[in-house]
Every structure is written in structure tokens, then in C-alpha cells.
Design a protein around this ligand. Structure first.
Ligand code: HEC
Length: 176
């Protein structure tokens, strides 16, 4: 009995025994996924906010972006780690006479981007976004039929910012 307790404490000391593994990343980074294959994570609303209430009056939208704990733990100003997933909610917005957002209305679309080893290798050079891939969903969670090449066309030029539009803003305001 005493021997087995000793053995257990030795394993614990070595960190070989995982009692609570809740911080382990659960994203499927080992499988190579393509555009459209990233699922909409059921629990993304519990994730840290990447940025909230982005006022896109130019296209009458307000956007909230979430990032999973793996991405949120990344090094400031550096490319995001494998296993990072970001979810962007695009809400319809009503503007007032001055053109400012008066009301954040229903969801219009949900966009997902995620990074994994060797992901996104099957696209042409001009649409390459490193190892990021894209998916899009309707407000009810079903798959959207939007052409995912359009995501790449808009994100591909941001090579120095890891293909993430709000890269600088995120790291400037991140607290954890
Ligand atoms: C017309 C250009 C454009 C297209 C097309 C586009 N995006 Fe973006 N995306 C942006 C901009 C700009 C932002 C920053 C947030 C904002 O200002 O709305 C952004 C932000 C994001 C973010 C949050 C991380 C970041 O880059 O700041 C995700 C996730 C995202 N887009 C996914 C997608 C997906 C998925 C598609 C295709 C279904 C897509 N985007 C299509 C321009 C675009």
C-alpha cells in the first residue's frame, strides 16, 4: 500500500500522471483539413473574446470575434500556434441618420478560420494563407454555400500579420 502511494507520488512529481487534463487542446490538428471542413465549435461563445463590437458601418454589420484558448495562449505579436481557431459572428446593423450603428440586430453569418500543420496546402499560390483554412456557417449553424476562395482572396495579402486582419489590435488589447 505504502509502496503504491510512493509510486503514485513519484509519477505525479514527474508530471506523468494527468489528473485533470482540461487544458489539453481538443482541436483536430493531426488530421489535415481543407476549406469547408472546419466544424463550427459548439462552445465557442465560452472562449475568450478576440475583439468585440467591431463597427462595420460600411457594410452595415457589427462583428464579434472569439478565439480558442490555444490561440489565446499564443506569443504576443507572433504567428498563432497550430490548433488556433477563431470564430467571427457577423451581425446585421441598423444605422442612424448620421451613419452610426443604432441597433445590433440578428446574426447574418458565422465565419471560422483555423490553423493546423500542413493545412491549406492544396490552393494556388495567390490564394495561399499559410496553414489557415476557412469555413462559413449560416446563423442556424448549417453550412453556408459561400465560395471560400473569397475568404482567401481577402486574407492572403496579410502575410506579415499571419493572415489575420485585426492582428495588431488583438495583441494591443489582449489581457489574460
Ligand atoms: C472583403 C474582404 C474579406 C473577405 C471576403 C473575408 N474576410 Fe475575414 N476579415 C476581413 C476583415 C477586414 C476582418 C477584420 C474584422 C472586420 O473589420 O470586419 C476579417 C476578420 C476575419 C476573422 C477574424 C480574425 C481576423 O482576421 O481579424 C475571421 C475568423 C475571418 N475573417 C474569417 C473569414 C472567412 C471564413 C471568410 C470567408 C467566408 C472571410 N473571412 C472573408 C476581411 C474579409
Amino acid at each position: 500500500m505504502i509502496e503504491s502511494i510512493k509510486k503514485l507520488s513519484a509519477l505525479l512529481a514527474l508530471g506523468l500522471f494527468c489528473i485533470s487534463c482540461t487544458n489539453q487542446p481538443v482541436e483536430p490538428t493531426k488530421t489535415v483539413l481543407r476549406d469547408g471542413e472546419l466544424p463550427l465549435p459548439a462552445d465557442y461563445k465560452t472562449w475568450p473574446k478576440f475583439l468585440a463590437d467591431i463597427q462595420r458601418t460600411d457594410n452595415k454589420q457589427v462583428r464579434d470575434i472569439y478565439i480558442n484558448p490555444t490561440g489565446h495562449a499564443g506569443v504576443s505579436g507572433k504567428p498563432f500556434p497550430y490548433g488556433t481557431v477563431m470564430v467571427m459572428e457577423n451581425y446585421k446593423a441598423h444605422l442612424n441618420a448620421e451613419g452610426a450603428v443604432q441597433l445590433k440586430d440578428g446574426l447574418a453569418a458565422i465565419f471560422v478560420m483555423g490553423k493546423g500543420e500542413k493545412w491549406g496546402a492544396d490552393v494556388s499560390e495567390n490564394l495561399a494563407t499559410g496553414e489557415w483554412i476557412f469555413s462559413a456557417y449560416k446563423p442556424d449553424g448549417s453550412k453556408s454555400d459561400v465560395d471560400l476562395k473569397t475568404c482567401r482572396a481577402c486574407h492572403a495579402p496579410l502575410k506579415t500579420k499571419d493572415f489575420v486582419h485585426r492582428f495588431d489590435e488583438y495583441f494591443a488589447q489582449r489581457t489574460r
